[in-house]
Write a protein that binds this ligand. Structure first.
Ligand code: ATP
Length: 287
């Protein structure tokens, strides 16, 4: 057995390990017996702080407004921010079948490690295998019930969490989030290529903080440089692109726990349409 074996055989590069199990390639875990999650969409970014959690919250809210049953699995275990965005701070309850997720004001189900901590500001300093174990538990031990779309807020980068989610959950597609800087776009490319190698379609790209609209003159200023979402999407064959402005009201509503109140004015419609298309294709393929 390799020293410091993580028992994550599917993502381990050590060959000849005596403890290696037969599992090779993607095989998803059975969900909780009270869960019927139809579609799972991962929200990823190659780099931290580009607004991935905000975009996850907005996508979930928009999908919810279309009448779907929506859930968010906060896989950003060491930097969880979803409960705060939705103002969800109730302690979780559990029964014999598992843990009951929290619910946002508009009925979006939420599961996050922050809902399990005695205080929201307690740090989570866990090693990789514990983090990936928690994500598997969120999938298997939470009574999600009937869910049309589950959005998974991924931690930044392409670490073992990325592999765990894509190999353990039946992910139908991913949405990538970028900011306009070239470096960030390049890093998004890494996430996109990894998703492709795992045979998960990239449904859309959200270019966040693409511009700031002046309150006085209405002019759009490209603070982080010219938007390049369309070019990046073309380069990587991503079907839908959305841009979101730098908007102080995002930060305010997130701080107030009222992210659902934000009106994106249709900015995410193209991506939501693509998510629905991918879901319909997955349902047709499963018939
Ligand atoms: N377009 C925007 N306009 C204004 N503030 C924003 C915008 N996007 C994100 N923010 C703010 O920036 C901060 C970081 O956003 P967020 O937590 O969504 O990023 P992230 O990519 O999920 O970060 P991490 O990698 O740490 O998980 C938050 O305070 C959020 O409210």
């Amino acid at each position: 057995m390799a020293e410091e074996c993580s028992h994550e055989c599917s993502s381990c590069g050590v060959s000849g390990c005596g403890d290696r199990t037969a599992e090779a390639g993607p095989s998803t875990l059975a969900p909780n017996k009270r869960s019927n999650v139809k579609h799972v969409i991962g929200v990823v970014s190659g780099k931290g702080g580009v607004g991935k959690s905000l975009v996850t919250s907005l996508l979930a809210s928009e999908m919810n407004k279309r009448g779907h049953k929506v859930a968010i699995l906060d896989a950003d275990i060491t930097g969880p921010s979803i409960p705060k965005s939705f103002g969800v701070d109730s302690r979780l309850t559990a029964d014999a079948d598992g843990i009951n997720p929290a619910k946002s004001a508009s009925g979006i189900e939420v599961m996050s490690v922050n809902l399990m901590l005695p205080e929201g500001d307690m740090p989570v300093a866990w090693r990789g295998p514990v983090v990936t174990g928690a994500i598997k538990q969120f999938w298997q031990e939470v009574n999600w019930g009937d869910v049309d779309y589950m959005f998974v807020d991924m931690p930044p980068g392409t670490s073992d969490v990325f592999l765990t989610v894509f190999q353990s959950l039946p992910v139908d597609g991913i949405v990538t989030v970028s900011a306009p800087q070239e470096l960030v776009a390049m890093i998004v490319g890494k996430a996109v290529n990894l998703a492709k190698s795992l045979e998960v379609p990239v449904v859309g790209l959200v270019e966040n903080m693409a511009y700031f609209k002046c309150d006085d003159c209405g002019k759009e200023h490209h603070i982080f440089g010219e938007p390049q979402g369309a070019a990046v999407a073309e380069k990587y064959g991503i079907p839908a692109v959305a841009t979101l402005p730098m908007d102080p009201s995002f930060a305010r509503l997130v701080d107030e726990g009222r992210v659902e109140a934000y009106n994106v004015e249709g900015a995410l419609d193209g991506i939501i349409d693509e998510v629905e298309k991918v879901a319909a294709a997955a349902e047709t393929a499963a018939e």
